[in-house]
Design a protein around this ligand. Structure first.
Ligand code: C2E
Ligand code: MG
Ligand code: MG
Ligand code: MG
Length: 291
């Protein structure tokens, strides 16, 4: 019976593996055509200043909706795009789209908004990354000073000379560098002395617990203090509650982003979100902090 059981388990295991492989292949096949079929779009999430309460910029986030598969989350398709190399054309498209739409939003709103764009490891390793960025900037008319590229700590670990060279060239263009998901990577702090970083984005896992968990609160406070000591702007990601917002205000975090402030939206809705935010009891950010 044990033997039979074992075989059944094996069959179940292999069936689920087979199913997973089939799903992956379906998704991969669909992703290959996503660009040509115009299934990709960009959403934009507002970022606000915690000192003025004003919207200061936006993070561009890829969205994929396939007629058969429905909406697929970036956390599912970005890794697949990385593995298959599809991230290169998709990333180029995302970059160009975000620069053009970001510039159009700046013009429409008459605001000097910063546009932040995520780069994944494979994109960062591309030889033509800098020309791609230059092309997106010149075609869109977006000022390089208003562009931030978001990279993770882990990306600074590999092949440091290449990395340094690319970051140097970005800086020469005037483009800013943000460290995304800060605090979750495998990296020493030494890169903060080697590379000129403009912003640290505190990972949402810390932000989420900061209002209730003393250790998470200590991590957030420490990241804020370190950033200020290094003259780097600090941004909290994934702010979901009033409590988290108050904590960040109290601790003098510079900027915040999250569903509590506004969810990522399509370009067409962004201006409305910004206007509502400006009209509203604006500034949640100027409310007196407790404690
Ligand atoms: P990320 O760069 O850390 O982006 C922040 C993620 O948190 C986004 O997920 C955003 O929608 C989500 N988020 C924002 N506010 C909240 C909140 O209050 N609560 C919660 N739970 N989540 C919040 P999204 O859009 O699913 O993107 C996931 C990741 O995919 C991004 O993480 C980024 O690493 C990657 N990604 C997204 N767009 C692009 C892109 O255009 N290019 C590249 N290379 N990667 C991208
Ligand atoms: Mg990001
Ligand atoms: Mg992040
Ligand atoms: Mg991320």
């Amino acid at each position: 019976a044990a033997k039979e059981n074992g075989r059944n388990q094996f069959q179940i295991f292999s069936e689920s593996m087979l199913k997973e492989t089939a799903e992956r292949l379906t998704m991969e096949h669909a992703l290959r055509h996503a660009l040509a079929n115009k299934e990709l779009s960009m959403h934009y999430q507002p970022q606000i200043s915690l000192t003025t309460g004003a919207v200061t910029g936006m993070e561009a986030l890829l969205r994929w909706t396939n007629p058969r598969l429905g909406s697929i989350s970036p956390s599912q398709f970005i890794p697949l795009a990385e593995e298959t190399g599809l991230i290169v054309p998709i990333g180029e498209w995302a970059f160009m789209t975000a620069c053009c739409e970001g510039k159009a939003l700046q013009d429409e709103l008459g605001m000097d908004l910063t546009v932040s764009i995520n780069l994944s490891p494979r994109q960062f390793q591309q030889k033509n990354l800098v020309p791609v960025v230059e092309h997106s900037l010149s075609k869109s008319g977006l000022s390089p000073e208003k562009l931030q590229i978001e990279i993770t700590e882990n990306m600074l670990m590999v092949n440091s000379e290449h990395v340094l060279d690319k970051l140097q060239k970005m800086r020469e263009l005037g483009v800013g560098i943000s460290i995304d998901d800060f605090g979750t990577g495998f990296c020493s702090f030494s890169y903060l002395l080697e590379y000129q970083v403009d912003r640290l984005k505190i990972d949402q896992s810390f932000v989420k617990k900061a209002g209730t968990d003393a250790n998470a609160a200590a991590v957030v406070r420490t990241i804020i203090a370190m950033s200020h000591g290094l003259n780097i702007k600090v941004v909290a990601e994934g702010v979901e509650t009033d409590e988290q917002m108050r904590f960040l205000l109290r601790r003098k975090c510079d900027e915040a982003q999250g569903n509590f402030i506004a969810k990522p939206v399509a370009m067409a809705e962004f201006s409305e979100v910004v206007r509502q935010y400006a009209d509203g009891p604006s500034a949640r950010a100027s409310e007196p902090a407790i404690g």
